[in-house]
Design a protein around this ligand. Structure first.
Ligand code: GAL
Length: 944
């Protein structure tokens, strides 16, 4: 694995501090190539094991580092990164790459951490973000999106002209981290090869010289695959979600197929571009159920089966960390605020049992290099038909990889079998066991460091040469027996330090037999090979190991909740590690002393060749209770005498939207430049006295509502219209609502006030404008029983005046948002004692101070428990961190990420409650989600 060019960073840093221009240093560049087996960097094969991470779902650069360090610590060699056009562009020609939108800083970080990056700038990304990543303003651009239409072409070229140079300068070929560039996303319906070709050519013209990839939806039955012909990419990949998104039934197994990545090209590696590693919560079952649906058993069975069945050497696991749909980032129909995704790392950045499974697999694929080049070979025969085998081998080394799992993928029985295994080192009868939904990759004929592994029925987690010894970690399921055979010229001496391990010697083979339990420790020396420390664990005990690179070679750490990085200086190992409780730490390192977080740790040398000591846990943490709430009424727009003279008059008679207006004038919010969040309308008329009702139509996205007042009197609410596409094209009167009008007298001026939610813009998965360009806001308005003329004014969030720090998706058009009530300085006069909310908008504000221990990481949430017909939009120090849907669930905890959350100082909370009826105010409280002692990160690079 490539290491970061630390020296160059220091030179640049020094130059900045001394205010002199950095000397022109030659950047170390690398060559990226590929063949049918794998990617290679400078001729060395690379197994790209990447986890998907969405920087736009974590508004905190500091926490990007935390999550990326956790991703790296799991053994991922890379990250897959969508770049979200709409997140950067509030209006045509307006782009922002600062702060939480700083893609340069993100790619600096991946480079610094030694992670490869597959960058996926779309232009279309899907990803359950509003508009699938398209900026809302694209809805007013004529010409079908995701086609070669000139209008769309101009727009996406504008985006690529901004983002491509950023990506280009971070390529591996220029000393950076970007190893591949993905165009488009699952481009399978209504395709246009000219468009694909242009994306490719535009990237090349911008200096992108790493391989260009595409992620095909689902399997090769989706055509085109972009593997050949016009618009073809270098490395075509496949997305696969075998476990579905039905989190409410987490025990159903593989309803969407076997999840085997197909080879799409003879000239490129097999690329599992998005391999399911979690799920969206389509049915609001809660993300814990999604984590169960895609839990360790799924990962074991499906990922290992895919590795051996497909020979894939490029992976993107979707998601490694999901994050948060903060602000109006989310797509309206399939997701809510949390995008936890049931991923290996939770939304509050905690490691799960899925993380442990990723670590076992990630360390394995990274350690065992022959996996980067394999062909299918005949598998050892199993003497029990219930147990199936499948095999690949490396043609250069002969190393064999045998997948052992139930022949019936859904089987949950406990079966044993004996394999008749012709290994490169002889023919053996190998006992194996498969208990339930398990799968193992067994290795034979492998040069494990300086040892020769003949075969093992335990799986390899990792092995390293440390201080002249081979240290290997193997594992198996607790209680299952295992055997490992190693070859030596002469009988070596064997010392069993821990565990019930029986040894035998026959004709050059040292055989170890044991039951997986706790952590067995065996020292082997002599026999013509370097000494070996063999550690054989269970699933649990093997997952306690962490592998870190240092300039003095790799080290292994056991026992901490996380090990982030290490440095060896002289005889001392400096470690950055997290603890969740006081406990033992053991390190296998070329060192005699241990320093953690600058503090020397008292250690003793163990017989295993390691150092052992104890680390402290975190101190308990208390959070303040939230008190001192103040209230302010938030819908002055309903008052008859409200001054709307500065609002935009809605008078358009035509629209670019393919969805026709129900009535004229056009009232579509986006057509007047109001793209995100709530929109207010005021419709004025002079009553005839004959009015019986007003008939309205509004489109909000799924579960959205709109509310109506006449002269300040609440008339009620209706459900807004939802997605229209080719499956449901006939949506002539979406979101209808009829509101009876009473008490109007002839000649009397009257005003209707309408508040419409906009939950985000539809995606464009099917590449048809009918769906993506479906408008938001009112789409029809007519008085019944009267021919009085209705004139409308509209007000929302101005796309040209978005928050320069928090970005274009942070706020909508509520009065309080327009007036800055959500901001830390937004208190002032007009606020009073808390009152229960009535229909419309009520704001609540309070402040609190935190002083969390500086060497502890304490993720904090805002916990809502109230029930009632309301939705609460929460702002922390002005950051719109989520939307509590008290009437729908399922989310009650809203993560307040450090960054927006000041961990040392004052914080302001503002909550805009949009009540659909009379409700009660249930104040939320702060909640501690986890507590770790950490070594604070080094100060990052100075901003450019
Ligand atoms: C894929 C898509 C991703 C995401 C995922 C579901 O089909 O490429 O962007 O939408 O589905 O979470």
């Amino acid at each position: 694995m490539r290491r970061p060019a630390v020296g160059l960073v220091l030179v640049a840093l020094l130059a900045t501090l001394l205010s002199v221009p950095a000397p022109a240093v030659a950047t170390r560049t690398h060559e990226v190539s590929y063949d049918r087996y794998s990617l290679s960097v400078d001729g060395e094969r690379v197994l790209l094991w990447s986890g998907e991470f969405h920087y736009f779902r974590l508004p905190s650069q500091r926490l990007w580092r935390d999550v990326l360090e956790k991703i790296r610590a799991a053994g991922f060699t890379g990250v897959s990164l969508y770049v979200n056009w709409g997140y950067h562009s509030p209006a045509p020609g307006e782009y922002d790459f600062t702060g939480v939108r700083d893609v340069d800083a993100l790619l600096d970080l991946t480079e610094e951490l030694g992670l490869y990056a597959v960058v996926r700038p779309g232009p279309y990304i899907n990803a359950e973000v509003s508009g699938g990543g398209f900026p809302a303003w694209l809805k007013q651009v004529p010409g079908r999106a995701r086609s070669s239409d000139p209008g769309y072409t101009r727009a996406y070229r504008e985006w690529l002209a901004r983002i491509n140079p950023i990506i280009a300068r971070h390529q591996v070929t220029r000393g950076g981290s970007v190893i591949a560039y993905n165009v488009e996303n699952e481009y399978a319906a209504n395709t246009d090869a000219t468009y694909m070709r242009d994306l490719y050519d535009t990237a090349r013209a911008a200096g992108i010289d790493v391989p260009i990839t595409h992620n095909q939806c689902c399997d090769a039955s989706w055509t085109p695959t972009w593997a050949s012909g016009p618009g073809a990419v270098d490395i075509p990949g496949v997305d696969d979600y075998p476990q579905s998104f039905e989190c409410q039934t987490p025990d159903v197994w593989g309803p969407w197929g076997p999840g085997l990545t197909e080879r799409l090209s003879d000239h490129a590696p097999v690329y599992a571009a998005e391999y399911q590693a979690g799920a969206i919560d389509l049915n609001r079952a809660g993300y814990d159920r999604c984590r169960e649906l895609t839990g360790p058993a799924y990962l074991r069975y499906f990922t290992k089966s895919n590795l051996i069945a497909s020979g894939a050497t490029m992976f993107g696991f979707y998601m490694a960390f999901g994050g948060t749909n903060w602000g109006w980032l989310g797509q309206p129909n399939d997701v809510y605020t949390s995008y936890d995704y049931g991923a290996a790392i939770t939304e509050s950045r905690q490691l799960t049992d899925k993380y442990a499974e990723f670590k076992r697999q990630g360390y394995f694929v990274r350690a065992v290099e022959p996996l980067t080049r394999t062909d299918p070979v005949a598998a050892p025969a199993s003497d029990n038909p219930a147990v199936g085998t499948l095999a690949r081998a490396n043609p250069d080394t002969g190393t064999q990889f045998v997948l052992v799992r139930h022949s019936d993928p859904a089987s949950t029985t406990d079966d044993v079998s004996t394999l008749d295994w012709s290994t490169p080192d002889g023919r053996y009868r190998v006992p194996v066991r498969v208990d339930g939904r398990d799968a193992k990759i067994l290795v034979a004929g492998y040069d494990l460091g300086g040892q020769r592994l003949v075969w093992s029925s335990s799986e390899i987690m990792t092995h390293e040469r440390i201080a002249g010894r081979d240290v290997a970690v193997l594992h198996g399921r607790a209680g299952e027996s295992g055997s490992t055979v190693l070859r030596y010229a002469t009988r070596p001496s064997v010392r069993v330090l821990a565990g019930d391990v029986r040894t035998s010697w026959h004709d050059g083979d040292l055989r170890l037999d044991y039951t997986h339990s706790g952590l067995a420790r065996v020292l082997v020396s002599g026999g013509g090979r370097p000494p070996l420390t063999l550690l054989v664990g269970t699933e649990q005990t093997s997952a306690e190991f962490w592998r870190l690179d240092t300039e003095a070679g790799p080290v292994l750490v056991r026992g901490t909740a996380l090990a982030r990085d290490a440095r060896v200086s002289g005889q001392t190992l400096h470690l950055r590690a997290d603890t969740a409780e006081p406990g033992e730490v053991e390190v296998f390192a070329p060192a005699r002393r241990l320093v953690v977080g600058g503090e020397p740790v008292r250690v003793r040398s163990t017989a295993s060749g390691s150092l052992s000591g104890r680390l402290a846990g975190p101190d308990p943490v208390d959070l303040p209770r939230l008190t001192g709430w103040r209230h302010r009424a938030g819908s002055p727009e309903t008052a008859p005498d409200f001054d709307d003279s500065a609002w935009t008059v809605a008078d358009h008679t035509t629209s670019t939207s393919p969805v026709p207006p129900v009535t004229l004038p056009v009232l579509f919010a986006g057509d007047y430049g109001f793209d995100h969040g709530h929109v207010w309308y005021r419709g004025h008329f002079t009553a005839t006295g004959t009015e019986t009702a007003v008939n309205l139509n509004a489109i909000t996205g799924k579960n959205g509502v709109y509310q109506v007042w006449l002269d300040g009197r609440y008339l009620g609410r209706a459900a807004g219209g939802t997605q229209a596409d080719s499956d449901a094209p006939v949506n002539p009167a979406p979101g209808p609502g009829t509101f009876p009008l009473t008490g109007l007298r002839a000649g009397q001026p009257a005003v209707l006030s309408v508040l419409v939610e906009n939950l985000g813009h539809n995606d464009d998965w099917t590449a048809e404008d009918m769906r993506f360009k479906q408008p938001r806001g009112l789409v029809g308005a007519a008085l019944a029983g009267s021919d009085a003329a209705l004139t409308w004014r509209i007000q929302g969030a101005d796309r040209h005046a978005t928050d320069p720090v928090r970005g274009p998706l942070n706020t909508g058009g509520l009065y309080g948002e327009r007036a800055g009530w959500h901001l830390p300085g937004g208190g002032g006069p007009g606020w009073g004692a808390p009152r229960d909310p009535g229909p419309g908008v009520s704001w609540y504000r309070t402040t609190f101070r935190l002083d969390l221990p500086r060497d502890q990481d304490v993720p904090v949430a805002l916990r809502f428990t109230g029930t009632g017909p309301y939705r609460a939009q929460l702002y922390l120090n002005g950051w719109n961190l989520g939307r509590y849907t008290a009437d729908l669930g399922p989310q009650h905890d809203f993560v307040l990420p450090a960054g927006p959350l000041r961990e040392h100082g004052p914080n302001t909370l503002a909550i805009a409650v949009v009540a659909l009826d009379e409700s009660t105010w249930d104040a939320p409280e702060l909640a501690v989600l986890a507590n770790h002692r950490i070594v604070p990160p080094p100060i990052g690079r100075l901003p450019k």
